[in-house]
Design a protein around this ligand. Structure first.
Ligand code: WTA
Length: 647
């Protein structure tokens, strides 16, 4: 396994301060985490720092806290006029600046509106909104009254929305009529309408009219006629701008966020209030060394975990000014993000390798085309970053002035786990490595038997709980135990491959399970497969990831069609459409191949490994358990022929 050897050192630090902090955390973790928790304001302090009943961790027991209070009320007396959000719509003329005082007022009003609808602590609200300021406002409003939010990425389809609504049994949906993407109107209300038919728990819908021409018929429902759409402004604007924050016990859930696993059913990752906030806050400070004057631009959509932790919660806990953009990085042009950095004098820019690979392809000297001198720190998240992309980022965007922090983490971990803690002390950077675990994080790489290994590929595990660790999977403690805590005894299994080098640096090598990372978005192969087999013409399907120069991975599908379907071109289009409708455009396959048979083991399991090797031009490896060698040849032949035709 090749790991890079380039090392870039900035400054004169010897890493001693960071190492001391790590040692202190390892010596007395409870004391260390209590110090981090004390950075927040609690209505009542905890009785016990950690109750560890493996694999369930409870942090800051009986401590009472409120997320929105910590994110807003703490700042409004002294920093009420500070900008919380610089918002930019896709249309350049659409701009908003929202102060911390504005945020406080709107959050309180929405919280009162939710109360008026009868929502109480512990109820679930699904938020299905584009990147508009009302999305974080809605999240914080939920947290103000102890309601658990479940944000569903606005790029997900009606089917994905319905699954998540039903699993969480949400009483309310907060949505928007639509939004703009690459100049087109994306209608969200139609998705809500069709999801609604299958969702009995929903009692109300609040809808924000985001579309400028208001052409959508936002108040009537084509879904369930007993569930009216209530206009956001009608229900919010006249509310009292004060709503007492609910005192929430530290271990009560703050939110559920669904993510893909190895089965067809997404997992509702449940995060606590006190532990999660403590961890998001601490890591944000350690990694970015956030300062009052910073203007921080994290490009993640709030529908994913990076948006939860590092667009909404951690920045707001620190009264940080953030930049929020509605659209995609390449619309109206590939200059968009850089225009925003220049316009608002961003100091920190945090994005994904996929976006960087896409921007790099245009070969633009952004630093020459824009004044990027305000930037002081760059970050990446979500996928391994190739060293050449890292170096491009470093030179072209950071002008060799800004360090890059590569942050490894997962929806389940709440916030970053392995990252160069530039806010404490920057270690030498190695392009392609996320560097070393943060203080208090006991991460190691082990072999199949659980023995720690160095210089060798293995599984990344974490041996001790930390405050950001998920509480459980919503409604399924057993699955939580199985997925994360059964592979190795008493350790959290990340399902990521990694290698630790001679300096103790971690190199992340992708997923060890059937989870794909398509443009940084997490998708399960089984999830896509179950969507595909639901198509009337499909008998069987196998989904695999194919290396993609920009997106990291692309989805490739092998389909065994049912008898009587002969027009493969038509079928291909129809299956593509079907997947988009069921899951959303992010799950759209790059290619679909039709075969008579899939390679399977004698016990009938599809050998995705074989298919993956074929499309990635890799060694097929051991096929002794294979039921029928002929199917490999057929798959290979079809794949090669198709490649010839399409070039
Ligand atoms: C991958 C995103 C390499 C990894 C925050 C993990 C990374 C999955 C990195 C979680 C990184 C995340 N380097 N790989 N810096 N960050 N990953 O839940 O495979 O959307 O398991 O959380 O992304 O994806 P998720």
């Amino acid at each position: 396994m090749l790991v890079g050897s380039t090392k870039i050192t900035k400054g004169t630090s010897d890493g001693r301060m960071l190492m001391d902090m790590r040692e202190r955390a390892a010596r007395d973790p409870n004391r260390f985490w209590a110090e981090q928790a004390s950075l927040l304001e609690w209505f009542r302090s905890w009785d016990e720092v950690l109750y560890w009943n493996p694999p369930f961790a409870k942090w800051f027991i009986n401590g009472l806290i409120n997320a929105s209070y910590n994110a807003l009320d703490r700042h409004t007396p002294s920093k009420g006029d500070k900008v919380a959000i610089y918002w930019q719509g896709e249309d350049d003329d659409e701009r908003r600046s929202i102060t911390y005082r504005d945020m406080h007022r709107e959050v309180n009003r929405v919280a009162n509106a939710l109360k008026g609808l009868g929502l109480r602590k512990g109820d679930r609200v699904t938020i299905y909104m584009p990147m508009v300021p009302e999305l974080p406002i809605a999240m914080l409003a939920c947290s103000r009254i102890g309601v658990i939010h479940s944000v569903v990425f606005s790029g997900f389809s009606a089917g994905a929305l319905a699954d998540r609504l039903n699993d969480s049994r949400s009483r309310l949906i907060i949505t928007a009529d639509g939004y703009y993407r690459r100049g087109k109107v994306i209608n969200l209300k139609d998705n809500v309408d069709s999801a609604l038919n299958a969702c009995k728990s929903v009692e109300h819908i609040i809808i924000l009219k985001r579309l400028i021409d208001g052409s959508s018929n936002a108040s009537s429902s084509k879904g369930r006629s007993d569930v009216p759409y209530i206009d956001w402004h009608d229900i919010v604007d006249d509310q009292d701008a004060n709503c007492e924050p609910e005192m929430v016990e530290s271990n009560e859930p703050l939110f559920i966020l669904y993510t893909s696993g190895t089965t067809g059913k997404p997992k509702g990752i449940v995060h606590s209030t006190g532990g999660y906030l403590t961890y998001a806050n601490a890591t944000f400070r350690w990694i970015f060394g956030i300062r009052d004057e910073d203007v921080y631009f994290c490009t993640a959509d709030i529908g994913w975990v990076t948006g939860h932790s590092y667009v909404v919660y951690a920045p707001m806990l620190n009264a940080t000014t953030i930049i929020m953009y509605e659209g995609t990085p390449d619309y109206p042009s590939v200059h968009r993000w850089f225009e925003l950095i220049e316009r608002y004098k961003a100091t920190i820019f945090y994005t994904t390798p996929t976006a960087l690979r896409m921007l790099m392809r245009y070969n633009i000297e952004y630093a020459k085309a824009h004044n990027l001198s305000s930037l002081r720190l760059l970050g990446t998240v979500g996928e391994p970053i190739n060293p050449e992309v890292w170096l491009w980022y470093y030179k072209v965007v950071g002008e060799e002035r800004c360090p890059i922090v590569d942050t490894w983490w997962q929806t389940e971990t709440g916030a970053a786990m392995i990252a160069n803690a530039a806010g404490i002390e920057l270690l030498p950077m190695k392009p392609g490595s996320a560097s070393i675990p943060l203080p208090g994080i006991d991460a190691v790489v082990v072999d199949d038997d659980g023995n720690e290994v160095r210089g060798e590929k293995g599984y990344l595990i974490v041996k001790r709980p930390w405050p950001g660790l998920m509480l459980t999977i919503w409604g399924d403690d057993e699955r939580y135990k199985q997925v994360y805590w059964s592979r190795f005894s008493n350790a959290y299994y990340s399902a990521d491959y990694a290698i630790v080098d001679e300096d103790g640096y971690f190199w992340l090598l992708g997923r060890a399970d059937e989870v794909l990372k398509v443009a940084g978005h997490r998708l399960g192969t089984m999830e896509v497969e179950s969507a595909i087999v639901a198509h009337q013409a499909v008998a069987e399907a196998a989904v695999i990831g194919k290396a993609d120069a920009i997106k990291g991975e692309g989805i490739v599908v092998f389909v065994v069609p049912k008898q009587g379907y002969a027009d493969y071109n038509e079928l291909r289009v129809s299956i593509m459409k079907h997947v988009e409708n069921t899951l959303g455009p992010i799950a759209r396959p790059e290619q679909i191949y039709f075969v008579g048979k899939l390679p399977k083991t004698r016990s009938g399991k599809i050998m995705r490994r074989v298919l993956k090797a074929i499309v990635n031009n890799a060694q097929i490896g051991d096929t002794t358990t294979l039921e029928d060698e002929a199917s490999i040849d057929e798959v290979r032949r079809i794949y090669e022929e198709f490649k010839k035709v399409t070039g």
